[in-house]
Design a protein around this ligand. Structure first.
Ligand SMILES: *Cc1c(COP(=O)(O)O)cnc(C)c1O
Length: 486
């Protein structure tokens, strides 16, 4: 490592010439990644000792040249991560980021706007409000009732939804906390729903036992009548049914709950209906997919992650609601150190902190704003349509190769069972997925299914995935199946 240069420690902004060199190197490295990631193995070998040895060199006692430090990070990111930006990453809902999203995140880091009070950054606050309105309209929320907030991701959005539901059902909840709960609340989710709602129950002090995790039907969807039965039991037992979650695009299999049926039930039983459309919310943007989420506009709140199907860099979640005042009632706190210079300004907008569990907050919305401004809704619809068609192609090619499809969804997530009576057991599918990943050619995972079954989970999450990548996936899986059998 190059020896100390006192300059590096004395000026965190660095010298202007040095900075220019650094920006150039930065853009060169980013461009190199975009152009060459498709040639790298999708997943690296996991090598913790090598990684820790390299980090052991850093005792931070002295400084080092900036370009050298950056190079360490570039090499580490190349060598020690699953390349979610790879067109043959058929993985979790992690996108290849939009270029405009990368630009936005760089600008945000440099200008470092503070999204607590409106008056500190009206540009950022208004951009986000404008986007909230635009996305809420896509989901069919009425303009005069819709509201929302940007979150770090879907988990924070789900947590926010639960806090809103509690405030809605128990208006004293914010002030009196658990003492305001007249009866212990109960929450209804399906076995296929995301675990973040269970965590949210814990974080809200309700405890995980407040969550009723209900079996799904053969199509992997939560049945409204099962929720009705469970809540009737709970009422008899003295509990307060509070919230039901419709998952639109489950994480494991991409299946969409019948949200209209759950909306019927929620309206009849006075439950808060939360639609977790973290990934599957993409259906709101593609007209021919819209019927798959019909009824979502009746949900009291919606989780949607721009960092999943809209491909902006992590983390960019959204919580939308059709209760205009609920976020403010849930989150506003008045303290003396808060800037008040906008208080007298008649046209001042909402203070972001009063809608969020965060105070100092990054300008999350800019990466969606710039991506959407450049692509337009039509551009996004075309991209999502392409991904959807790659999903259909995968279904065709995998079926032709003897695989069996075990999930039913119009979205580009395909769960495959191997041929044979045990083809949908962990014993069979896990070694196949492991061998496919170890080949470095593709990345897939295993989805756990009800009743101890499992399938190989292949999601088209990258907008650059094309027919040749789908063909390579099927070929890799065929090979892995042959290897695993031996
Ligand atoms: C990913 C996901 C979440 C959590 O979102 P994060 O952005 O990862 O926090 C919640 N619900 C569903 C259905 C998801 O797929």
């Amino acid at each position: 490592m190059t020896p100390v240069h006192p300059f590096f420690a004395s000026d965190l902004a660095l010298d202007a010439d040095l900075r220019l060199q650094l920006w150039q190197k930065l853009s060169t490295e980013i461009e190199r990644y975009l152009r060459q990631v498709a040639n790298a193995p999708v997943a690296p070998k996991l090598d913790a000792p090598a990684l820790r040895r390299a980090l052991g060199e850093f005792d931070f006692a002295t400084g080092m040249p900036p370009a050298e430090a950056m190079q360490f990070a570039v090499a580490g990111l190349w060598e020690h991560q699953v390349h979610t930006a790879h067109p043959r990453y058929f993985g979790l809902f992690n996108p290849a980021p939009t270029t405009m999203g990368v630009v936005a995140d760089a600008l945000v880091a440099a200008f470092n706007p503070q999204l607590a009070a409106w008056s500190h950054n009206p540009f950022a606050a208004e951009v986000e409000q404008h986007l909230i309105a635009a996305v809420a309209a896509k989901f069919g929320y009425p303009e005069d009732a819709a509201d929302g907030v940007f979150t770090s991701g879907g988990a924070e959005a789900n947590h926010t939804a639960l806090l809103c539901a509690l405030t809605h059902a128990f208006p004293e909840y914010g002030r009196r906390g658990a003492a305001a709960l007249l009866r212990p609340p109960a929450i209804y989710v399906g076995t296929q729903s995301h675990h973040s709602m269970i965590k949210a129950a814990r974080l809200c002090g309700l405890g995980t036992e407040a969550v009723r995790v209900l079996e799904v039907d053969d199509s992997l969807r939560l049945r409204a009548e099962d929720v009705a039965k469970a809540l009737a039991c709970d009422r008899t037992a003295g509990l307060e049914p509070l919230l039901v979650v419709a998952t639109l695009g489950t994480t494991g299999t991409g299946v969409l709950d019948r949200v209209a049926e759950l909306a019927e039930l929620a309206e009849r039983e006075h439950l808060w209906l939360h639609a977790d459309a973290a990934w599957g919310g993409m259906a709101a943007i593609v007209p021919e997919l819209r019927p798959a989420i019909e009824g979502i506009e009746r949900a009291d709140s919606i989780t949607f992650d721009a960092h999943k199907s809209l491909s902006v860099p992590m983390g960019a979640g959204m919580l939308l609601t059709r209760h205009r005042d609920i976020l403010e009632r849930t989150f506003r706190v008045n303290e003396d150190y808060m800037p008040r210079d906008a208080a007298g300004l008649r046209e001042a907008g909402v203070d972001p902190f009063a809608h969020s569990m965060q105070w100092s907050r990054r300008f999350i919305g800019l990466k969606l704003f710039l991506s959407l401004a450049v692509a337009g809704w039509d551009g996004y619809a075309a991209v999502l349509r392409h991904q959807t068609s790659m999903g259909h192609l995968l279904r065709e090619e995998a079926t032709a190769a003897g695989w069996r499809i075990v999930n039913e969804t119009p979205l580009p997530l395909v769960c495959l069972a191997a041929p044979g009576p045990d083809g949908d057991t962990p014993r069979v599918v896990e070694p196949i997925a492991r061998a496919a990943v170890a080949s470095g050619q593709v990345w897939v995972s295993v989805a756990a299914l009800p009743r101890g079954r499992a399938a190989i989970r292949c999601c088209i999450t990258n907008y650059r995935t094309g027919p040749q990548d789908v063909a390579a996936l099927v070929q890799s899986l065929n090979q892995a199946r042959g290897q695993a059998r031996r």
